[in-house]
Design a protein around this ligand. Structure first.
Ligand code: SAH
Length: 252
């Protein structure tokens, strides 16, 4: 897929494509990442693209014309590309959004700065996405987050596609189960026996129970949106009972 990020700081965006899974996505040809400098579309000789806000008050605003020109140039390379404006006023970025964007052939990520963009650009935006209820000084970090979250979902990027399917929010809307690695014992704490048993059915049950348990403990509100089958309900009941009994850690 093609992701073009329009920003005042394209060097920041280039960094996300230089490391980890986003880099791998570029290397395997699953992702074409383009960082476009908004100043290339400035109308003024000094290459500025911001102006004072009408109505008075502090802060500058990105002007409509340079942004609109940058979007037109992006669409001339990728007609039909979805335009995402990163904004604290947007819908929360979720795994479902990452999956939706990863299914698109082309996406344009638009990064605001200062007070944001001229409101008249709203009609050129398909969706506003937010990283959370806080205000960043620019959309670049949010765009980098989107690039990373999307890149790892593209075909051929994760070594084992199953690992993305089992991650938090993907596996039936639950959190991921806990993971352990070598050594088998560390600081007097052993890895749960079942994980060393080679009994795949028991391991699957354990993981499902612990995924349900992690969700119940850490993000109980997520369970309201999940339709648990009989096995899941039984495993969750088991986890809750063990948790209440032991008053702390569930060991098996
Ligand atoms: N005046 C705006 C905030 C502007 S912050 C308001 O209060 O709504 C400048 C830019 O940073 C925004 O245009 C947006 O692109 C980016 N930004 C800030 N917070 C963000 C967040 N939580 N998620 C995504 N982008 C954000």
């Amino acid at each position: 897929m093609r992701i073009e990020v329009i920003s005042l700081f394209p060097q920041l965006i280039e960094q996300v494509g230089a490391f980890g899974m986003a880099r791998k996505a570029v290397e395997v040809g699953a992702l074409q990442l383009i960082a476009t400098d908004l100043r290339n579309f400035a109308q003024r000789a000094d290459r500025r693209v911001d102006e004072r806000t009408f109505g008075g008050g502090p802060g500058m605003v990105l002007q409509a014309e340079p942004v609109s020109r940058a979007l037109a140039a992006a669409h001339s390379c990728a007609p039909g590309a979805k335009v995402v404006f990163l904004s604290p006023q947007g819908a929360p970025l979720t795994q479902a959004w990452a999956e939706r964007l990863a299914a698109e052939p082309a996406v344009v990520l638009l990064c605001g700065r200062y007070e944001g963009m001229d409101e008249r650009l709203a009609g050129q935006v398909d969706v506003e996405l937010s990283l959370g209820d806080f205000v960043l000084s620019g959309g670049e970090l949010a765009a980098m987050v989107v690039v990373d979250a999307v890149a790892r979902l593209l075909p051929g990027v994760l070594g084992d596609a199953a690992s993305a399917r089992e991650d938090s929010f993907s596996c039936g809307g639950l959190l991921d189960h806990p993971h352990f690695t070598r050594p088998r014992e560390w600081q007097g704490r052993a890895v749960p026996d079942v994980l060393l048993s080679g009994d795949h059915a028991a391991i699957r049950r354990w993981r499902l129970k612990r995924a349900l348990g992690a969700t119940w403990l850490k993000r109980p509100e997520l369970l309201a949106g999940v339709d648990l089958d009989e096995e899941q309900q039984a495993l969750l009941r088991e986890f809750v009972a063990q948790c209440r009994e032991s008053g702390n850690e569930v060991k098996s």
